[in-house]
Ligand binder design. Sequence first.
Ligand code: ADP
Ligand code: ASP
Ligand code: MG
Length: 450
Amino acid sequence: MSQIVIAKFGGTSVANSDAMNNSANVVLSNPDVRVVVLSASAGVTNLLVDLANGCNPDLRTDKIAQIRAIQYQILDTLPGSDVVREEIDRMLENITTLSEAASLATSEALTDELVSHGELMSTLLFVELLRSRSVNAEWFDVRRVMKTDDRFGKAEPEVEALSSLSEQHLAPRISSGALVITQGFIGSEGKGRTTTLGRGGSDYTAALLGEALNAKRVDIWTDVPGIYTTDPRIVPNAQRIDEIGFEEAAEMATFGAKILHPATLIPAVRRGIPVFVGSSKDVAAGGTLVCDKTTNPPLFRALALRRKQTLLTLHSLNMLHARGFLAKIFSILANHHISVDLITTSEVSIALTLDTAGSSTCGASLLTSALLTELSSLCRVEVEEDLALVALIGNQLAQARGVGKEVFGVLEPFNIRMISYGASSHNLCLLVPGSDAEHVVKTLHRNLFE
Ligand code: ADP
Ligand code: ASP
Ligand code: MG
């Protein structure tokens, strides 16, 4: 394993010049950090997604002005920044042209091209800031190595290509002593068009680069000093977890703990690369280490919450004593690139949940009329929206006694629409009305963790 560390900074860590300076301090405090992956400055991706979904001219002008203000606040603090100013202005011009095109006709390819400007701009500014501090920083366009399929909005990286291209283009730069600054979240497909890995995808980029470059660790710097027993925004009493196993953390990410993009741990697990999560504003506060093995993993580890879930209930008398009905349903879902989270079955019906927007960059609903029409040709379909998935993450949950009583005993006041328990010893999932979600998380946290 090489000695390098990949450091990733999220939107709030590059939101303005103070945040960028803190992040630069973090990078410079560890000489092993040789590759830095950045998100767009906080707020910029959301503004770009709005533009990509089409805006009237006034709104367009207003949103572009907001993006310009965020980037100029940083630019204006950099000495002798004429060259980068020209580049940022050129990017803002591109954004204007592309968002005019998007107001005539939106497309997923156009969305990804437009949205990629957030990461392109934040990395340009960060390189300039580091150079102003006499650091040998080099801007690198990650699209040269992050090859993906052409599923715009949620593209899948090609791991082999990434590995050989990183060896070819990144390794020599690192060996020459440069500090490489590159973009999270974006990639490019076979024809060279820009793709994105889905919202929050910069964590995934960092882990993929860690795998490709055989890093000794991936550091995810964000706005909280580590992974907590639940989102501290929901439960201020949540406690930091100092060390957590890959499997538990992967379950947390999959089931909505926004702190890590759901796919982040896949490359880390493949290579056994530890992932550290900490706050770029408060390095001294420490953080969480996600690694292969932990000592005495507890029965109850954390609670995750994923909002905007849809429940599909599919009824068909043909299911009675039939074979292959589920196969047909799942092949339709697979053709629509939908991954099912929870599933329960009865004699003549099945219920399954899906993530309504599926975290794709454009934010469109996965529940398209084409999908409903196809399913309706096989069975009667009922749709319930605005639900939330609460996942209790732990260890040996399926083997322990009394888990059901401990969990459900305190949830008496709530309607629990669906339960999934037993598929993994690491989780117990509940589907609840969206409006009850935070209350359920608070109640469970109080009883199981405080
Ligand atoms: P970044 O822009 O740095 O990627 P995110 O907003 O994507 O940051 O993720 C950090 C946020 O994740 C935190 O501010 C916190 O509200 C949220 N979060 C959700 N679940 C957890 C958890 N279990 N522990 C810590 N933070 C969590
Ligand atoms: N900028 C992208 C987003 O806001 C990617 C990321 O932050 O990880 O989703
Ligand atoms: Mg994030």
